[in-house]
Design a protein around this ligand. Structure first.
Ligand SMILES: [Cu+2]
Length: 269
């Protein structure tokens, strides 16, 4: 009886959560073909494409290859549709990492927001242009070539990562002071059965932005929004045993306040 109730519950739960739309992720598909697949999945789920996109984003894990495919589709979306009040509110919340969204969903949300012309965004929201950094894995040195960079609070950051090394590497931006903790967590994943599957990305709220493993000879781009709180945020490769030397510092620095103009003496009448 109990088993029957459990099975009934499990089947109900399963049917209430449709499987991810795998057609979006066909490796050889163009962005247009991914969009066509998404539209078909939305129709099959009796929802709109934009709602389907948002629901697919909410499924993304902390390190998820599907994020890049969805980000490409989002970047090619009709900007006016993305800029509708209801959608842009959700996108901005996800882009900022609110409500426990994963780093994968943040990547898609940031790219969607970047696709919206500045004049269609609510005033006071994200600057539409990302600040771009190039980071390269130094061959045979277990190190990034860029040891530190600075960004403003809330700035959109784009990292173009290049891996000419013979080893695989990833890049995580983590909370202040969490370098060793996340590095050791990555080391531990080296002996866990699903560590490689998770690309050695610890499942921790201290992981703020994620680029999964980049294979030797490959490059990859990812996006995130810099934290609002000024401070030093380490970035690190959590591939087992890499973190001690393969790290750097992202400094979030508040822009200087405009200098106070001293009061001018009032001329005598
Ligand atoms: Cu590495």
């Amino acid at each position: 009886m109990i088993v029957a109730v459990f099975l009934s519950f499990a089947l109900t739960t399963q049917s209430a959560t449709p499987a991810p739309c795998t057609g979006i992720d066909t490796p050889s598909a163009s962005t247009a073909e991914r969009r066509t697949a998404l539209d078909a999945c939305a129709t099959a789920s009796a929802t709109t494409p934009i709602e389907f996109l948002l629901s697919e984003m909410s499924r993304l894990t902390i390190c998820d290859r599907r994020a890049m495919n969805l980000a490409d589709v989002a970047a090619a979306w009709n900007p006016k549709e993305l800029a509708s009040e209801a959608v842009v509110t959700k996108l901005l919340a996800m882009a900022s990492g609110q409500g426990g969204v994963t780093a994968g969903a943040q990547i898609v949300a940031v790219r969607a927001v970047l696709a919206i012309p500045a004049d269609l965004l609510p005033t006071g929201t994200l600057p539409p242009t990302p600040v771009v950094f190039e980071i390269t894995a130094v061959p045979s040195k277990m190190a990034y070539d860029l040891k530190a960079f600075s960004v403003a609070p809330g700035q959109v950051v784009q990292i173009n990562f290049h891996n000419p090394d013979a080893l695989e590497h990833n890049l995580l931006v983590v909370a202040p002071g969490a370098l060793a903790e996340m590095g050791v967590a990555g080391d531990r994943m080296g002996t866990s059965p699903d560590g490689k599957l998770k690309e050695f990305v610890p499942s921790s709220p201290k992981v703020l932005a994620v680029m999964g493993i980049v294979e030797p000879g490959k490059s990859q781009t990812f996006w995130f929004i810099a934290p609002q709180k000024p401070g030093t945020y380490p970035y690190v490769c959590t591939y087992p045993s890499h973190w001690r030397t393969m790290n750097g510092k992202m400094k979030v620095v508040a822009p200087p306040q405009p200098a106070q103009t001293p009061p001018q003496p009032v001329a005598a009448p």
